[in-house]
Design a protein around this ligand. Structure first.
Ligand SMILES: [Zn+2]
Ligand SMILES: [Zn+2]
Length: 236
């Protein structure tokens, strides 16, 4: 093992030990203490959501239905799990807010066993980036990790296609009036040139009102992408 790798692994282990001391881990499914998913729950996967329109929730398909097309530039949003499922919520919180390194491989496993590759094939996978200041504070971008994982399942590349110009306040996004098309253009800048012109996925961790995903999709479409689908781990 090279010195750099040794140091990385040492720091990683030291960080995890410190993390465990401060935040003891509990199984996200059965709450047994010790790890994020205990030996007994290791093969459990949360219930997959029923495909539905992300705007009006009409069951049937992940595509945005004909009646809701005017509400968003997204072709559809694929969400795998419900954020209301305690196991899903606990894992996302450990991953995102505590930056628990144990969470990422579990999320990867959940995604791999849930994605249905017959849905359709994205040509490329990208993500809704955090604002640089937020990424510095958190140390990593969870949507970028998600994008790499999803791209890996489909055997395509995960590329950063957007840069966040405005650090949006999550509270503001809860307000539906924020869905006005006029505000969307200011949030992101496209990392040009975009070489892809067909169908892509934009990943984010949780879908709530869809404002940010819609803004990201609009910027990508304005930059020449034909069809943009949202892809989120959970639906709020
Ligand atoms: Zn358990
Ligand atoms: Zn609809």
């Amino acid at each position: 093992m090279g010195v750099v790798n040794f140091l990385k692994s040492f720091l990683h282990n030291a960080r995890n030990t410190a993390l465990n001391a401060v935040f003891p881990r509990f199984c996200v499914f059965c709450e047994r203490e010790g790890s994020l998913v205990c030996g007994e729950c290791v093969d459990r996967i949360p219930v997959r959501v029923k495909p539905s329109c992300c705007i009006c929730h009409k069951i049937g398909s992940f595509s945005v239905c004909v009646e809701c097309k005017k509400e968003t530039p997204l072709a559809g949003v694929i969400s795998l799990f419900e954020y209301g499922d305690p196991a899903v919520r606990r894992l996302i919180e450990a991953w995102k807010y505590v930056s628990d390194a144990e969470a990422a491989p579990i999320i990867k496993k959940w995604i791999e066993s849930t994605i249905n590759k017959t849905w359709f094939f994205p040509e490329k996978v990208t993500y809704v980036p955090l604002h640089l200041n937020k990424k510095r504070a958190r140390g990593f971008d969870q949507a970028a990790q998600l994008s790499e994982c999803v791209a890996g399942v489909f055997g395509v590349s995960s590329d950063c296609l957007l840069e966040r110009k405005i650090n949006t306040d999550p509270q503001a996004q809860k307000d539906k009036t924020e869905r006005r098309v006029g505000d969307w253009g200011k949030i992101f800048r496209a990392c040009l040139p975009l070489e892809c012109d067909k169908k892509i996925f934009v990943c984010d961790d949780v879908y709530t009102t869809g404002t940010t995903l819609s803004a990201a999709a609009q910027k990508l479409i304005d930059s020449g992408i034909n069809e943009v689908w949202g892809f989120t781990l959970a639906r709020g």
